[in-house]
Design a protein around this ligand. Structure first.
Ligand SMILES: C[S@@+](CC[C@H](N)C(=O)[O-])C[C@H]1O[C@@H](n2cnc3c(N)ncnc32)[C@H](O)[C@@H]1O
Length: 262
């Protein structure tokens, strides 16, 4: 409630700061809130939500053997439970749309809902998405879907447990300017990803952490992340936490709070 009441003045404070990535966030937030979209954005949203609708009707069984779990679920359930809601996807979409050449790393592909939004928004700017997922069947679903949006050279779905694939991603000759950390929502791995990925960014990058209030451990991780000495700005949206690292920016650890939806 307090966050909602303070929103206007918080946004004004943010808008008064001359930092490109911070303005990417304010612009994307305003566009998401107002729904003031271009025709091409609305068309993209329709395509993304049509893909979600298709998955919500898909009863294919997915096994969790790779996590050493004797568990089976359906695509429709997984999509309902784990995929990002449309509003948050639109926020990510607008962020990507505002970047000159988006180079995105996503930890947590799932069935490719957020990835679908990210690719639709980045294709005009020849963006590239690298996304990581443990469940092999979900990797197949996502890769098939992504190939309907952009050429295969514009995305990579990296299959495997992060314990194995994360060190490999660090060795790749790639840097990123948008990092969406949405898998393995535990304190230690989240902090590990953040610290290691700071060496994989350009001069400036946006990190988006999902579910920062999902557990005590995630809240603790978020507290540490936003106070990290390399962080210039942090924006707490309760569900998401965003930090900006910009090596040309002198302001450090400036904190903001906004409300999009719960
Ligand atoms: C919340 S979902 C991602 C949702 C997606 N970003 C979206 O918004 O549509 C997180 C995904 O991370 C994967 N995951 C979690 N821990 C993992 C691990 N240790 N190794 C590999 N994949 C993992 C899960 O299988 C799940 O599909």
């Amino acid at each position: 409630m307090k966050r909602r009441l303070n929103q206007r003045s918080e946004l004004n404070k943010m808008k008064a700061i001359d930092n490109e990535l911070l303005q990417v966030i304010t612009k994307s937030f305003d566009l998401t809130k107002s729904g003031d979209n271009q025709k091409e954005d609305l068309e993209a949203f329709q395509l993304c939500e049509a893909y979600r609708e298709k998955l919500l009707a898909d009863t294919t069984q997915i096994t969790y053997e790779v996590f050493n779990m004797d568990h089976v679920d359906t695509v429709q359930n997984i999509c309902r439970k784990a995929a990002s809601p449309a509003k948050w996807c639109r926020f990510l979409y607008h962020m990507t749309r505002s970047l000159n050449q988006p180079r995105i790393l996503e930890i947590g592909t799932n069935v490719g809902i957020s990835g679908t939004y990210l690719l639709h928004s980045s294709k005009a700017n020849n963006g590239r998405l690298t996304t990581m997922e443990g469940l092999p069947q979900l990797c197949n679903f996502s890769a098939e879907q992504f190939a309907t949006i952009v050429p295969e050279s514009n995305f990579a779905v990296i299959q495997g447990l992060y314990e194995n694939t994360f060190p490999e991603v660090l060795k790749r000759d790639e840097t990123y300017n948008l990092l969406f950390i949405d898998g393995n929502h535990k304190k230690e791995p989240t902090l590990e990803y953040f610290e290691a990925l700071m060496d994989k960014i350009d001069q400036a990058a946006i990190f988006v952490f999902d579910d920062i209030n999902w557990s005590q451990g995630m809240s603790e991780a978020w507290e540490q992340i936003k106070r990290n000495e390399h962080v210039n700005f942090s924006i707490d949206l309760y569900k998401l936490g965003i930090v900006i690292i910009d090596r040309n920016e002198t302001r450090k650890n400036v904190e903001f709070g906004l409300h999009l939806e719960y």
